[in-house]
Write a protein that binds this ligand. Sequence first.
Ligand SMILES: C[S@@+](CC[C@H](N)C(=O)[O-])C[C@H]1O[C@@H](n2cnc3c(N)ncnc32)[C@H](O)[C@@H]1O
Length: 379
Amino acid sequence: MGKYQLIATAAMGLEALVAKEVKDLGYEGSTENGKVTFTGDEAAIARANLWLRTADRVKIKAGEFKAFTFDELFEKTKALPWEQFISEDAEFPVSGKSVKSKLFSVSDCQAIVKKAIVERLKKAYSRTTRFEETGPLVKIEISLLKDVATLTIDTSGAGLHKRGYRAGQGEAPLKETLAASLVLLTNWTADKPFIDPFCGSGTIPIEAALIGQNIAPGFNREFVSEQWGWIPERIWDEARTEAEDMANYDQPLDISGSDIDHRMIKIAEGNAFEAGLGELISFKQMQVRDLTSDKQYGVIVANPPYGERLGDRPAVEKMYREMGEAFGKLETWSKYIMTAHEDFEKFYGKPATKKRKLFNGFIKTDYYQYWGPRPPRGE
Ligand SMILES: C[S@@+](CC[C@H](N)C(=O)[O-])C[C@H]1O[C@@H](n2cnc3c(N)ncnc32)[C@H](O)[C@@H]1O
């Protein structure tokens, strides 16, 4: 087993959640802007890809060094043991970015890194002819930040938000990693009722169900690093068996989603079915103003329209008012609403217990949290 520096990349603002997930998997991580770095072996690569709900992808940090000149970039890249990661037939494209660095020409940096790796591999594989690159994909990135070059290798392939269950989507589907984050930021536990009254394609209820039954979010998909010869198949098999063993399929759940648009309900049902959760989540067509429940101490997570287009604002503001009235009747429930509308609290009719800044893609939003009372002991 090798030891690798691994990076779980995180969307802005979600680093602490990713760090907690990394810790819960048993790895000690350090957090920086947009990433959590930790040390682990081949099993860690498989487990992190399978389990991390809120991270974007898992990368191997191949090396990190200062580079002020192209020569330095070339020599220090060539000094790294690339043959450990790149088989003789592998395809290894290099992408790049540069921020506040002397080496600002990204295309030149990419070309130099590629050339340095080719030289290294030619020596390692005693080769004089060019590499065919017809084999497994090993995507490399050179990232320069303040003259520090970081070379990473992507182990995920498609981003981790691609869980494999979303066959259909609406106009503004939430990224699965953000939906999972919204759920993990609440006080919801699997024994409490859970409602998403703006469920769209069902992302939030589906992520809640996966969390509720401790199902690994990556159980339904493959990862690019499975194609590499150097991570034994056995490692992936063991990680998948562990995920199967850890899943609690007997955990009863009370999760529902509703949406004003009946077409969305069909899509949400299809996606839940695809995730293997078809029986577990109930979806129905309903306007938020009609939301009621006779259950106690539940949790609402809502991703309503924001009314970004000026013309949409009055309708959205009226709807926020109706939402405030309907939610207000659920006195023991906790409510969490993500919106970019800056006057949300005014229309909803109540200041939030707490707000948290979150990005939905490039849209700056607030996650308005209205904490309900604690249930009495024994309830
Ligand atoms: C931002 S989208 C939610 C996307 C969803 N989280 C997903 O991942 O697909 C907002 C949803 O609210 C629904 N909606 C709009 N007005 C509504 C209302 N008054 N009551 C219930 N749903 C409403 C829309 O049909 C839309 O699907």
